[in-house]
Design a protein around this ligand. Sequence first.
Ligand code: CA2
Length: 146
Amino acid sequence: MHKRVLVVNGPNLNLLGTRRPEVYGTDTLADVERVATDAARDVGFDARCVQSNSEGALIDAIHAARHDCDGIVINAGAYTHTSIAIRDALEGVALPFAEVHISNVYAREPFRHHSHLSALAACVIAGAGIQGYDFAVRRLAALLAA
Ligand code: CA2
């Protein structure tokens, strides 16, 4: 039975590839999910990908992972900077998680510099584009194999 990683993308990431290529590149959400799924397959994991624009749906997906996933890769989008509820969900399920941001949030507006998630994360990857999802899956797999 393969281990499984949940790949969570938050609000507005369904718009990837449609606008702001100077910040987010030209790849789409489907490309993001392909990168993560390919990396998972490469390290012998399964991937389950979810995207939602709603905070509650993201929390429900995190809770569901408790039953059948071993780790989480999450780009919570702007909820990264605002959501104590998503932080609490991640803490509550107690699965190791990797926090990903496509852009370098530290080179952007000050309100993007703080994350409610980072202090709990196994690793934080920002500014590597969608390749960050590949790094995140591989890092989680390494941690889970140790
Ligand atoms: O860099 C990232 O991955 C972010 O998590 C993306 C979030 C942003 O709020 C975070 O500060 C950093 C926003 C994703 C919105 O993506 C769009 C894509 C195309 C057009 C408009 C928004």
